[in-house]
Each structure stands twice: as C-alpha cells, then as structure tokens.
Design a protein around this ligand. Structure first.
Ligand code: SAM
Length: 225
C-alpha cells in the first residue's frame, strides 16, 4: 500500500499525464499511478545505482515495463525530448535539492505543464525557484504521517508575487492554517528559540549577531499567526 504522503502527491497528477518521477527510488509512485489507470506512460529517474536497480526490479515485478522506463541519470537528465513528458514529480528530498534539480534541468522543462514537489524541509527554496523562473503555485498541501510533517507544492506556469511570510510558509497553507500547519511552525519556533538561547551563550561575533537577527525575524514572522 502506498504511503499517505505519496498518495497525496499522486492525487495532483492529472488523468492521462506523461510523467517523469525524479528520484523515484522503488518507482512506487509511477507504478501506483499506472495500476490505478490514471496514467499509462512514465519515466522513473534515479541517480544512484541501488535505488535505480530496485526501481527496475519493482517495475518488472509489477509487469509494468512497457509503461515505465527506468533511467539512470542526474535530475532531469533522465528525461528525453521524445518522451513528451508534461508532468514532473520530485518527492522526498530537501527543498534546496529539488530546487537545484529544477534549476540545472531548466532546458528540459519546455513541454512540462505541471511540476509536483514534495519537499521534506526548506520548501521555501522551491517557492523561490518558482517565482524566479516563471512558475506559480497552484496548490499546496501539508500532511502528517508517522509523526513527520510533509509539504506538497504544485506548480504551473505563471507569475505571482508572494510576501516574505508567504514564501516561508506557503501562501495557500497560510490562508488555510490547518492544525498540522500550526503544529509544524510551533515545532520550528521551539527549535529556533533553542538555537537562539545557545547563541546568546556563544558570545558576540558578527556572524552570531547575524544568525540571531535572522532567527528573530523568522520568529517574528511566524508570531503573526
Ligand atoms: N521519491 C521517493 C519518495 O518520495 O518516496 C524516494 C525518495 S528518496 C528519500 C530520494 C531519492 O532521490 C533517492 O533514491 C536518491 O537516490 C534520489 N536522488 C537524489 N538526488 C537525485 C538527483 N539529482 N537525480 C535523481 N535522483 C536523485
């Protein structure tokens, strides 16, 4: 059975999409989408040999080798023009890594209409990449599974402006203020004050005061809701 997290990611893939799942590991996500009849063609990309091999094995075991092509490659290099990929999923990594994969693979995005990301931490890096590269957020979701909190950010082409707080916590998630969202930022604030406390004790250098200022700023922003 697919995790709640990946099931949520899958829900944003549109019927009939041609998908590239980057960092696919076991290829659970494309297998699920094909088994459920939502799509019939996918690329599963992996940069590491071990996960690449488990993706190949799993796709074969499920009898989906005609539908899913597993490729070894760094980021969007796994996508070829003739694939006609229109949807990309990148899940289960840090926001900065996802953003760097999108940045480095920019020339592979011409035919892509929707990018579904699921950052484990620092989702703001993806929002920053999006606004700087002509993409806009169309949906966001936050969910908890096994005591971990995950965010999903869905992007399509367009422009939008978000303020500092929206960039940090997500414009849609901020509007919604769900219990999981409040829990996440409560957790973060507790962590920030812990770090602030230890910085207080660490003395006075320019670096420390800068770090303190950044944390105070974040606490102040989150304190607004
Ligand atoms: N997407 C799956 C999920 O959400 O359950 C797997 C997540 S797993 C924690 C992250 C995977 O991304 C690893 O298998 C890793 O090898 C792969 N990965 C990391 N950097 C990558 C890159 N630049 N290109 C392709 N895959 C990458």
């Amino acid at each position: 059975k697919l995790s709640l997290r990946l099931t949520a990611v899958a829900s944003y893939v549109e019927q009939g999409a041609i998908l590239a799942d980057i960092g696919s590991d076991h290829a659970y996500l494309p297998c699920y989408l094909i088994r459920t009849g939502k799509i019939n063609k996918a690329i599963a990309g992996e940069v590491v040999k071990g996960p690449f091999e488990s993706a190949v094995k799993n796709v074969e075991k499920e009898g989906l080798s005609t539908n899913i092509t597993v490729r070894l490659g760094n980021g969007l290099q796994a996508i070829q023009e003739t694939d006609e990929v229109d949807t990309i999923t990148i899940a289960g990594m840090g926001g900065p890594l996802i953003a760097s994969i999108l940045k480095e693979g920019n020339m592979k995005l011409d035919q892509v209409k929707r990018i579904i990301t699921q950052p484990n931490i620092y989702a703001s890096a993806i929002r920053e990449w999006a606004v700087q590269n002509g993409w806009t957020i169309i949906k966001e979701q936050i969910l908890e599974e096994d005591n971990k909190i995950y965010e999903i950010i869905v992007l399509e082409r367009g422009t939008a402006e978000y303020d500092e707080l929206e960039m940090m916590v997500g414009p849609y998630l901020l509007k919604e203020k769900s219990p999981v969202f409040l829990k996440k930022w409560k957790r973060e604030s507790v962590e920030w004050s812990r770090v602030l406390d230890s910085l207080e004790k660490a003395g006075q250098t320019e670096d420390i005061s800068k770090r303190k200022e950044q944390l105070q700023k974040k606490m102040e922003l989150v304190g607004r809701f």
